[in-house]
Design a protein around this ligand. Structure first.
Ligand SMILES: Cc1cc2nc3c(=O)[nH]c(=O)nc-3n(C[C@H](O)[C@H](O)[C@H](O)COP(=O)(O)OP(=O)(O)OC[C@H]3O[C@@H](n4cnc5c(N)ncnc54)[C@H](O)[C@@H]3O)c2cc1C
Length: 290
């Protein structure tokens, strides 16, 4: 069977696009390598998604999954490794044929590479200060990294938490001077240069971290801000230096018939609402062409 559209990635961007295409009676296949829901499954609570005052990340993922089922949208659990062919005749993984492709594969956060790290994600470890900062009100936390994201995260958190340890492996920050000045004037941010974290400790939740000099610091949260990598290796068209996919305003890429949406593309704000918006617009534009 030839599909009208194959959507690669079952995060909010891919799920949104699939919903719009299916409701327009198109033959759509959604291919997800792990679990429907994507990165938001890692969030403890989400408090900035309109109409849902507070929702657990996994609940959002579950709701997405149920909505796909209720609309009878076909979902296959498989890692996509190849996209071949050209407009109106694409072949995914050498077996699934379609007219148009939507890449919605998101990003992966760079990890510290420590033992127990996966176990503590959503239980002390966070990759997003603006998303999760509120859950650490009045507590002590660590921010790891030295670029703008780490500096912004430390500044943001310093207004919410009791104390921020800003831990950077080098002896100076890579981020903007203006942000560094703000950090230097904050009483509750302690900068630890030439420092790395070698151990995460705790039972269910993080309770402390051990540094390379063997010092142990009690923290409830660790914000890992050491960069993201887009999951864009399956796409051979135009990307920026960070390998984010470049699209036009219709979300079509440099390869005709291949669209890209959500966190994997070049954009300013990577959030649920913007990813859902990309999915809506891309699907609507594809519908005009089918
Ligand atoms: C801990 C955390 C908390 C967050 N909290 C918030 C918040 O409170 N509010 C907010 O708005 N945003 C939040 N975000 C950001 C939000 O999760 C992202 O903006 C959003 O998930 C992007 O959606 P997406 O569909 O573009 O990508 P993703 O959610 O990353 O989904 C991409 C999907 O594609 C799949 N995939 C990747 N490669 C392949 C492949 N080759 N083949 C098949 N499948 C593939 C992945 O398994 C994944 O399921 C948070 C992020 C994190 C990590």
């Amino acid at each position: 069977m030839k599909y009208d559209v194959i959507v690669i990635g079952g995060g909010i961007a891919g799920v949104t696009a699939s919903i719009y295409l299916k409701r327009a009676m198109k033959k759509v296949l959604l291919i997800e390598s792990k679990q429907i829901g994507g990165e938001i499954l890692k969030a403890d609570k989400v408090e900035n998604y309109p109409a849902l005052k507070e929702v657990k990340g996994y609940e959002l993922g579950l709701n997405m999954s149920e909505q796909l089922k209720s609309l009878d949208i076909e979902v296959i659990n498989e890692l996509v490794t190849s996209i071949d062919g050209s407009d109106n005749n694409f072949i995914i993984n050498n077996k699934y044929e379609c007219k148009k492709v939507i890449i919605a594969t998101g990003t992966s956060s760079n990890r510290l590479g420590l033992l127990n790290e996966d176990k503590f994600i959503g239980k002390g470890i966070s990759f997003c200060a603006t998303c999760d900062g509120n859950f650490f009100k009045g507590k002590d936390v660590a921010v790891i990294g030295g670029g703008n994201t780490a500096l912004d995260s430390a500044i943001y958190l310093s207004n919410i938490v009791n104390k921020v340890y800003l831990i950077h492996r080098r002896d100076e920050f890579r981020g903007e001077e203006s942000k560094v000045n703000i950090i230097n004037n904050k009483d509750n941010i302690e900068v630890l240069f030439n420092t790395t974290v070698k151990e995460l400790k705790g039972n269910d939740f993080i309770e402390s971290i051990v540094l390379n000099n063997d010092q142990e610091i009690n923290v409830s949260g660790v914000f890992v801000c050491i960069g993201h990598v887009p999951n864009s290796s399956i796409f051979n068209g135009s990307k920026d230096e960070g390998k984010y996919i470049i699209t036009d305003s219709n979300y079509e890429t440099s390869i005709e018939g291949i669209y890209a949406i959500g966190d994997v593309i070049v954009k300013e704000v990577r959030q649920l609402t913007t990813a859902a918006s990309d999915g809506t617009i891309a699907a609507t534009n594809i519908l005009k062409k089918l």
